[in-house]
Each structure stands twice: as structure tokens, then as C-alpha cells.
Design a protein around this ligand. Structure first.
Ligand code: ATR
Length: 286
């Protein structure tokens, strides 16, 4: 147990219910590894209490906090400033406090990008992406890719209207790079063939439905990089099928760890011990 004293900088995790999160163990181990007098603290807070708690935290010895379900949108009304990418995404998962001034960021998409770049060796700008799904995670990823200079973002979703709405937002708020692909095999095949990276942001393939795959395997071309944000199991059926075709694959655990490393960097201004953070999350996942 670390020593918490009057000089300790606290970092919170605000959500409800919090259930089991990897973040406290991951950040506390990282603080300990670097010898930083910080402590990461889960705080369950109801939607009604969120403004009061956020205002109280801003007056205390907190360096900042993470926000998780269901407060990522509502917290935006409790902050002094919002980073342009978080504003475009429309959700905040990380807050930095400086002398009581609260700034909101969204590191989910940045976490995805760091993981993709680290594990595939590519850089994201100027590339073409095919994204399965158009929910909250797809939104963070697609907006971040557009901010970072994606040449093309194809969006394909069960509910096509949601893909359409997201594409319009990307095209008007960031750059006109996004296009909706109907869930028709021929249209999907044509778009995936143009893509450098195929990304699954749906929950298809997640435990306990490990046998499911979000796209027909014969629609996956051999040359595409395949990324799945599902991290349980570590190697989803999509990734296994893609590997068998010789594709480079990027598992979902990296996005989870790197969204945390980006918060860590902002709160401490120190270089996060990435490998230590991966080890903690791998051990907790079992
Ligand atoms: P998250 O925050 O993880 O992105 P979400 O906002 O609920 O979660 O989005 C889930 C995404 O997975 C959506 O794109 C959803 O499709 P719909 O918009 O049609 O609901 C997609 N998804 C979930 N289950 C699915 C399924 N069985 N088949 C196809 N798509 C599915």
C-alpha cells in the first residue's frame, strides 16, 4: 500500500457503477514504478451528484480524473475548457486540473492510434480505414483518425442511419473524408479492398460469444491490417482469421492501455512506463 500524505496528488475515476476497472491498478503501479507521489482512486458517483463532485474535486489535491460510463457526455457541462478533439467526439474520458481549472480531453481515439502505430509499425496519416460499427468507440476512433489526417474513413454499421450521422459530423467538423458503406457484401468488399486498415468497433466476438465474427472472412483481403478493439478474448476470431490470411493484426488490449498512458502523461508530465502498465492489465485479465 503506498503512503498517501498531504502532498499526494490524487487522480480519480468517476463512473457508476464502477464494477471492475483495470485503471486503478494500472495507474497505481505506474506511479509506484516511477516513484511519483500520486494515488489513483475509484469514486462511484450518480448522475445527479456529478456536478457537485466535479466541483469539489477541482478544489482538492487532485491532478485530474478519468470519467467512464455513464458520465462521459454529462461531465462536459462541469468543465472550464474542452480540447477540440474531445469537443468533436462529443465525450470526455480524461480531465486535467490545474489550479482548479478543469480541462476535458478524450484519449480513447489517441489510445487506439498509439496502439495501432506501435503494433503495426504504420503511421495513421494519409491512410484509408474501414470501420465496422458507429457507436461511442467508433466515434472516438474515427474522429481521431480524421484529426490526424486520414485520407478516407469508410463507416459500416448495422443501423445505417448512425453511420450516416457520424459520417456527416466527421465531414463537417473535421475533413470531408468519410463515406457510408451499406451492409451489402459486394459494397463492403469493394471498400475493404481500398482500405489500409480494417477496424472492428462492435462487440461481436467478445466473450462469451467468441465464435462470432463481425465481417465474413472472405471479405477480408490478405494485405489489410486488421484491428479489433475487443480485448476479451485477446485474440478474437476476427484476428485469428486475419492472421491465417497473413494479415498484420492489432489486438484490443493496446487501446485500453494507451488511453491510460495518455492520461498519465497529462497528469504527471512524466513518460508512462508502458510495459509495466501492459503487464498489470494482462495479469488482471488472466
Ligand atoms: P461502444 O461505446 O462500445 O462503441 P455502443 O455505442 O453501444 O458501444 O456501440 C456498439 C456498436 O456495435 C454499434 O455500432 C452497434 O450497432 P448498432 O448501431 O446497429 O446498434 C454495434 N453492434 C453491437 N452488437 C451488434 C450486432 N450483434 N451486430 C451488428 N452490430 C452490432
Amino acid at each position: 500500500m503506498p503512503v498517501v500524505d498531504v502532498n499526494t496528488k490524487l487522480v480519480g475515476l468517476l463512473g457508476n457503477p464502477l464494477g471492475h476497472s483495470f485503471s486503478p491498478a494500472m495507474h497505481n503501479k505506474a506511479f509506484e514504478t516511477l516513484g511519483l507521489n500520486y494515488f489513483y482512486l475509484p469514486i462511484e458517483v450518480t448522475a445527479d451528484d456529478l456536478p457537485t463532485v466535479a466541483a469539489g474535486i477541482a478544489k482538492m489535491n487532485f491532478a485530474g480524473y478519468n470519467i467512464t460510463i455513464p458520465h462521459k457526455i454529462r461531465i462536459m457541462d462541469c468543465l472550464d475548457a474542452i480540447d477540440p478533439l474531445a469537443q468533436a467526439i462529443g465525450a470526455v474520458n480524461t480531465v486535467v486540473l490545474e489550479k482548479g481549472h478543469a480541462t476535458g480531453y478524450n484519449t480513447d481515439g489517441e489510445g487506439f492510434v498509439r496502439s495501432l502505430e506501435a503494433e503495426s509499425g504504420m503511421t495513421v496519416d494519409g491512410k484509408r480505414y474501414f470501420i465496422l460499427g458507429s457507436g461511442g468507440a467508433a466515434r472516438a476512433i474515427a474522429m481521431t483518425l480524421a484529426f490526424k489526417g486520414a485520407q478516407k474513413i469508410f463507416l459500416c454499421n448495422r443501423t445505417e442511419q448512425k453511420a450516416h450521422d457520424l459520417a456527416v459530423e466527421i465531414n463537417t467538423k473535421v475533413s470531408p473524408c468519410s463515406e457510408v458503406v451499406p451492409r451489402d457484401p459486394a459494397r463492403m468488399a469493394s471498400a475493404v479492398q481500398q482500405a489500409d486498415v480494417l477496424i472492428n468497433t462492435t462487440s461481436i466476438g467478445m466473450h462469451p460469444e467468441e465464435d462470432r465474427i463481425p465481417i465474413e472472412s472472405d471479405l477480408i483481403p490478405a494485405g489489410v491490417i486488421v484491428s479489433d478493439i475487443v480485448y476479451n478474448p485477446a485474440r478474437t476470431k476476427l484476428l485469428q482469421v486475419a492472421e491465417a490470411k497473413g494479415c498484420k493484426t492489432v489486438p484490443g488490449l493496446g487501446m485500453l492501455v494507451y488511453q491510460g498512458t495518455e492520461g498519465f502523461r497529462k497528469w504527471t508530465e512524466a513518460e508512462p512506463p508502458v510495459e509495466v502498465m501492459f503487464e498489470v492489465v494482462r495479469a488482471l485479465k488472466g
